[in-house]
Design a protein. Structure first.
Ligand SMILES: [Cu+2]
Length: 69
């Protein structure tokens, strides 16, 4: 299990937190997601045998949000 730290931009409310969380949790191999609305700091626990950092990042963008770095 690995933890990915992402800085997500474009979230404005609790609904954004929910949709981002749902998008990440729908990825096979993702075990836990914590999203901090005020800072965009997002932690994702995932099994590296099933998914990759790149896939997590794509899911954030596909959900309509941005990433710093
Ligand atoms: Cu929102």
């Amino acid at each position: 299990m690995k933890t990915e730290f992402l800085k997500v931009t474009g979230m404005t409310c609790g609904g954004c937190v929910n949709s981002l969380t749902r998008a990440l949790k729908s990825i096979n191999g993702v075990d836990g997601v914590q999203v901090e609305l005020s800072t965009g700091d997002t932690q994702v626990q995932y099994d590296e045998n099933f998914t990759t950092s790149d896939q997590l990042r794509s899911a954030v963008k596909n959900a309509g949000y941005g990433l710093v770095g």
